[in-house]
Design a protein around this ligand. Structure first.
Ligand code: BGC
Length: 605
């Protein structure tokens, strides 16, 4: 019932008493193995532990962030990526991941848009199913795979931890299908969200956790709360104290209390007072035990540490990280076939705060040792060993208000900020380099800690002085290609009219620099299509293609725009993405010109 965390580790006595069912947030394989030996050999009931970690888009090898992989529109991409991530995690002692995140995101200001598959329930369901298969294998218990967790149930998606008001129709038609797809694919656990849905916190919401999940969908796995969420029931004003919070969480359908340990502390008294029966506790514990049994943990509780380093350095994993990154990048603009670039270019100015940065190209949820990605500079130098490549940062970017997670990930700690004068000097130096080079490649966007959890924004402007840098370099009149690195669409309205070639690289992971160079120089064709509507500015959000047609449709000649100062349409629509390939499809005919319900039509040649 209790998921302890290794930031605040349980003591040996608690383990021996069997008070701990899982341990979270460590990938120290030796330490995890020691805990498993205590649980299996010394604890009262000899039940093996689950070791949970956020393996979201890779472990030691980092794959593109989930929204990027959704942009491949090919479920095999995230399925294979997670199937490579699973053995890396498993070989390091982790047997439970907190993914896939399948929240529908219709607003790019929400930092967590990066973790899911974007705005569409059908695409979201396909990506959810694929990731469950990738993590868990053909069935729970497949060797070298991990238990998956579909999250955050349900309907988080606007601002972190916030209230959501949704009618049941939108919930069932838009927000729940990816969860249902994950459940149908056999996901073994499900995370109840922080937020409250229609005034009821998800982790105390019996309608969601029982009526929908168990009664309607026949979910066989277990429910784990999001971190410390049992305690949050008190913060929400939904439970009056810890005892009430434990009562409400358990009776709603929660089996595992992530990190707050309120259930294990409060349940004995609740049983003694007769408020909760032992049978209710058995009902909550049963799905956890069933999952542990189906995972084969009782037969194979330990990790074979002699294999860890071979698994973590398997070149096939790294190779697939490069392919997944190529398949995810979206070509947004390519005037006059600017891309692919010629390999005969003699000199390139590589400019921008993300041009020579590995950590930020990995994206958030750094795990498994924080191995920095191949930088764009390294990738370009390998691709063009004889070209003169000069690089400049052109000013720094950083959060205005630090994230609480910055303390957990050492890589996000930075020295004192540059002064305005120092930033201006860096920009001037970068412009001077661009002036001397045949062309510029600008790598602009966001750092890893400016998207994800705790990273929502009130604008979508390029952070810092990147817009100024971009406009000054374009003003030189030399060829410019823009590569955007970020976990969300940004306001690139000016660039979309003035920069001939724009590639959305997202946060591509370990092979970032190589994959970006492959795309820029035509060794790979950009395969991505946008899984979100790309707004012109933040004021258009939430922006999604599937809104109801009310009053006049936008196609009506009398319709102008809902804004007087700009179009209602996105800058780039959902599904948009160019290619280097051209093809035409001709002479298509429909097999039927009239359809009745249940009919299908096929194009015919
Ligand atoms: C996040 C979850 C995550 C959990 C455990 C929470 O803050 O909302 O997505 O799985 O932490 O790390």
């Amino acid at each position: 019932m209790s998921a302890a965390n290794l930031l605040n580790p349980p003591n040996r006595e608690e383990m021996i008493q069997g008070e701990i069912g899982s341990l979270l947030w460590s990938f120290d394989s030796v330490q995890l193995d020691k805990y498993q030996h205590i649980a299996v050999e010394k604890s009262r009931l000899h039940i093996p532990l689950l070791f949970g970690y956020d393996v979201i888009h890779g472990f030691r090898t980092v794959f593109p962030v989930p929204i990027a992989m959704a942009g491949s529109w090919d479920p095999q991409v995230p399925e294979r990526a997670q199937a490579f991530a699973a053995p890396e995690a498993r070989a390091s002692g982790i047997n439970w991941t907190f993914g896939p995140m399948v929240d529908i995101a219709r607003d790019a200001r929400w930092g967590r848009i990066v973790e899911g598959a974007g705005q569409d329930p059908y695409l979201g369901a396909a990506m959810a199913r694929a990731q469950v298969r990738g993590f868990q294998g053909a069935e729970l218990g497949s060797p070298d795979h991990v238990l998956a967790t579909v999250k955050h149930f349900a309907a988080e998606g606007g601002r972190d931890y916030d209230s959501v008001y949704l009618p049941e129709t939108s919930l069932r038609n838009v927000y729940l299908p990816p969860f249902k797809a994950a459940v149908d694919a056999g996901v073994g656990s499900l995370m109840s969200a922080y937020m409250d849905l229609n005034d009821g916190p998800s982790s105390g919401n019996r309608w969601l956790l029982h009526d929908v999940l168990r009664a309607d969908w026949s979910f066989q796995g277990f429910v784990v709360t999001d971190a410390l969420t049992t305690n949050d029931l008190i913060i929400h004003g939904f439970a009056k104290d810890e005892s009430d919070a434990a009562y409400r969480a358990l009776t709603a359908g929660v089996s595992v209390d992530m990190a707050s340990r309120i259930l294990s502390a409060q349940l004995p008294a609740l049983v003694q007072s007769g408020k909760i029966s032992v049978a209710q506790i058995d009902d909550a514990a049963r799905p956890v035990l069933a999952v542990k049994i189906r995972m084969g943990l009782f037969e194979h509780p330990y990790t074979d540490l002699s294999k860890t380093s071979a698994v973590l350095s398997d070149p096939a994993t790294r190779n697939y990280a490069r392919i997944a990154a190529q398949r995810s990048m979206v070509l947004l603009r390519n005037e006059n076939h600017t891309l692919p670039l010629s390999k005969k270019i003699s000199s390139i100015a590589l400019i921008g705060p993300l041009a020579n940065d590995g950590i930020d190209l990995d994206g958030g949820w750094g795990v498994g040792g924080e191995t920095p990605a191949v930088t764009v500079e390294e990738g370009l130098r390998k691709k063009l060993p004889n070209a003169a490549i000069v690089s400049a940062r052109g000013g720094e970017i950083r959060r205005t208000i630090p994230s609480r997670f910055d303390d957990l990930f050492p890589s996000t700690k930075k020295g004192p900020p540059l002064t305005a004068e120092e930033n201006s000097k860096e920009i001037a130096d970068a412009v001077a380099l661009a002036q001397k080079s045949e062309m510029s490649v600008l790598v602009l966007g966001e750092t890893a800690n400016t998207s994800g959890e705790y990273a929502s924004r009130s604008t979508l402007e390029l952070p810092g002085r990147q817009e100024e840098l971009l406009e000054k370099i374009v003003a030189l009149g030399k060829p410019v290609t823009l590569v955007i690195v970020s976990g969300r669409p940004l306001n690139i309205s000016w660039a979309s009219a003035h920069v001939p070639a724009i590639v959305m690289a997202w946060q591509p992971g370990s092979e970032a620099g190589n994959a970006i160079a492959d795309i820029l120089f035509g060794d790979a064709v950009p395969g991505g299509k946008l899984p979100v509507s790309w707004p012109r500015n933040a004021g258009q959000e939430p922006l999604y293609y599937s809104h109801n047609v009310t009053q006049y449709p936008e196609s009506d000649p009398t319709y102008r725009s809902r804004y007087w100062e700009g179009p209602s349409t996105p800058l780039y629509p959902f599904g948009y993405g160019l290619s280097y390939t051209t093809f035409s499809v001709t002479d298509l005919r429909l097999s039927k010109t009239e359809l009745t319900a249940g009919d299908h039509w096929k194009p015919q040649r």
